[in-house]
Design a protein. Structure first.
Length: 202
């Protein structure tokens, strides 16, 4: 049973998710939070497997909380759930360390797919999101000059991300720390100024 906490400051959203999980085999909604501070407290108390995190709380970005969540709860999978997205927002979310980004018009089928991939240790982006993620062969075919700016290690990391591996699995595969993987990933985003297809993450 996958244990889930939802953090959202809209009661209607919380109620809708509560009803959805009541009828979802394999998933249990064990807690709710309506503020960023409460999100930390609930995660500390309940230790969920997955946190569904709204992007904004009273005008504040929840992405600012992600590094602390990742540091304190290393096994936690974080799925951003928002009605808004842009290239900048999704890139920032991935760089912060979230494992998924789902839009609020997602169907129950997409919810199931997203949660399943996170539980498997993979990354998921909503099918409607584009212009963020990347795939190594696309750069090999279209922008050789950008690829030459990457180290061999960075190229290896791109390919592993495109294959759906998360930072901890990449670290295990390459025998480096998760912090090193995260640093490489941020450098890759900067060097490549990504504007490619999100299917590499979906």
């Amino acid at each position: 049973m996958t244990r889930i906490v939802v953090a959202d400051d809209h009661p209607v959203v919380l109620g809708g998710l509560r009803m959805m999980f009541e009828n979802s085999a394999g998933y249990e909604l064990i807690g709710e939070a309506s503020s960023l501070k409460e999100t930390l407290t609930v995660c500390e108390t309940l230790r969920p497997d997955v946190l569904i995190l709204d992007l904004n709380f009273d005008g504040k970005s929840s992405l600012d909380l992600v590094p602390e969540l990742r540091s304190r709860f290393t096994a936690l999978k974080i799925l951003v759930f928002s009605a808004y997205y842009s290239t900048g927002l999704v890139k920032k979310a991935l760089e912060a360390g979230v494992q998924g980004y789902l839009l609020k018009d997602a169907s129950k089928t997409e919810w199931t797919e997203a949660l399943s991939r996170l539980v498997q240790g993979k990354t998921y982006l909503s099918k409607h999101i584009s212009g963020v993620a990347f795939k190594l062969d696309e750069f090999q075919n279209s922008d050789f000059n950008q690829l030459t700016n990457l180290s061999e290690r960075e190229k290896n990391i791109i390919q592993l991300i495109a294959n759906g591996l998360m930072e901890d699995k990449i670290a295990e595969t390459l025998f480096i720390s998760k912090h090193t993987v995260h640093t490489h990933k941020k450098n890759i985003f900067k060097k490549l100024q990504l504007h490619t297809n999100a299917r590499a993450f979906s």
